[in-house]
Design a protein around this ligand. Structure first.
Ligand code: TXA
Ligand code: MG
Length: 325
């Protein structure tokens, strides 16, 4: 079983760095969700990440960096990408840029692409990378296709038998994965909505986001993802007997009294609070054993776009899709 060490204990940084330097994987807190980290320059370490997640296919991973110097050694930054990095890093934004020649990044990290997804995380992750002096590949620390983990306990319950260490940094503040964007011919394409809203990005970039990726470029493209055990029914205005209810805001859907369990993402209809709670509350309702989780409508603006994106994937049919990430 994985050892769980508090991020604030003096040992966490040393122990995580020692394991990572030896090619092991370690679950670490970031501001978005917990990541399952391995040395992005070490093919064996990256292979261990896929193995621990039970990922059926090698999807490209995000390389996490400690500072701009490290980022520039790995990726080629155009002026808009550089501006966005300056504005939002460290933070929940991932930039896809061309891979720098001689970057040292193992091809398993990029799945052989000539581009790389880069992110500078806040807090423990950033310190760890600086200490190690190497970029860390880190997908969300959950079994393939399942709900992302926002607490160390959720990571340990899911992956604890397969990894040596979970660093416990408490509940992750953002609660949703990073927003992924890519500059193409001076235009900014949204590959996955996430912890930075489209509006914030458009403000900073001074240009409108282009939506929709080409092919499967981000796990946002996979139909079924973030799947709980229960079926998920979205935008409900009436709750059926026996369903669990994932509520939002001050007023309830009709028939809410029929629900076997109710949990509210945000009584005040605060989308930031709802994002933070989303994965943990889905897991909590799922543990209750209801066959279906009914979800009240959540507005699409701001972080609501990413919340609705994750919920749509949690609700998608599970059998006809490859599960990823
Ligand atoms: O918040 C996050 O982004 C979390 C934390 C741990 O940092 N990480 C995360 O990683 O969500 P993951 O692997 O679950 O999702 C990253 C996705 C990949 O699955 C892939 O589809 C996309 O980023 N990606 C990676 N490299 C790419 C590339 N070169 N071009 C386009 N998409 C890429
Ligand atoms: Mg994931």
């Amino acid at each position: 079983m994985a050892e769980i060490i508090s991020a604030t204990s003096g040992r966490a940084l040393q122990q995580a760095a020692a394991l990572l330097a030896a090619g092991e994987v370690v679950a670490i807190p970031t501001e978005t969700v917990y990541g399952l980290a391995g040395d992005a320059t070490n093919g064996e370490a990256v292979a261990r990440i896929f193995e621990a997640k039970g990922r059926p296919r090698f999807n490209p991973l995000i390389a996490h960096v400690a500072d701009m110097r490290m980022a520039n050694r790995i990726g080629v930054f155009d002026s808009l990408s550089e501006r966005l990095a300056e504005k939002f890093w460290p933070g929940p934004l991932t930039l896809v840029v061309p891979l720098q020649a001689g970057s040292g990044i193992h091809p398993l990290t990029t799945a052989g692409l000539d581009t790389i997804a880069l992110r500078m995380p806040k807090g423990f992750g950033g310190e760890l990378i600086a200490h190690l002096g190497r970029p860390l590949a880190a997908p969300s620390a959950n079994s393939s296709g399942r709900i992302s983990a926002t607490t160390a306990a959720a990571v340990a319950a899911d992956l604890g038998a397969r990894i040596p260490l979970v660093v416990d940094g408490g509940q992750t503040p953002v609660g949703l994965e990073s927003t992924i964007v890519k500059v193409e011919d001076g235009r900014l394409r949204l590959l996955r909505p996430g912890g930075i809203s489209a509006e914030e990005l458009e403000d900073a970039a001074g240009t409108e986001l282009v939506r929709g990726a080409h092919g499967i470029e981000a796990p946002g493209m996979m139909a079924s993802h973030y799947a709980p055990g229960a079926a998920v029914r979205l935008n409900v205005d009436d709750v059926h007997p026996g369903e669990a209810l994932l509520a939002f805001g001050p007023s309830r859907a009709a028939g809410w009294q029929n629900a076997v369990a109710v949990t509210n993402l945000s009584e005040q209809a605060d989308l930031r609070e709802a994002a933070t709670n989303l994965f943990a509350f889905l897991q909590e309702l799922d543990r209750g054993g209801a066959a279906t989780i009914a979800v009240e409508p959540i507005p699409l603006q701001g972080l609501g776009e990413a919340i609705n994106d994750r919920l749509a994937r949690a609700a998608a049919p599970r059998d006809n899709t490859v599960k990823e990430a």
